[in-house]
Write a protein that binds this ligand. Structure first.
Ligand code: SF4
Ligand code: SF4
Length: 68
């Protein structure tokens, strides 16, 4: 399942720098995740890096984008 960023995002930008797939980019109100690029960090990290590092827990699994 891809991750998505909720409206709680504080736009700190940390997750964009940490994503191993360059799946995260800055949107208008929040940072955003491209579900086609997000691999849940499989092969890079034990758990999803963006969720782990987000100071406001704004990165969450997105049930609308199950793993293909
Ligand atoms: S780490 Fe969290 S608060 Fe910072 S830009 Fe990413 S989703 Fe937003
Ligand atoms: S879960 Fe991993 S691959 Fe997906 S957006 Fe977050 S840091 Fe990038």
């Amino acid at each position: 399942m891809a991750y998505k960023i909720t409206e709680d995002c504080a736009k700190c930008g940390s997750c964009e720098l940490e994503c191993p797939n360059q799946a995260i980019y800055e949107g208008e109100a929040t940072y955003l995740i491209d579900p086609d690029k997000c691999t849940e960090c499989v092969g890079f990290y034990e758990s999803s890096k963006c969720a782990e590092i987000c100071p406001v827990s704004a990165s969450v699994p997105d049930p609308d984008h199950p793993r293909k």
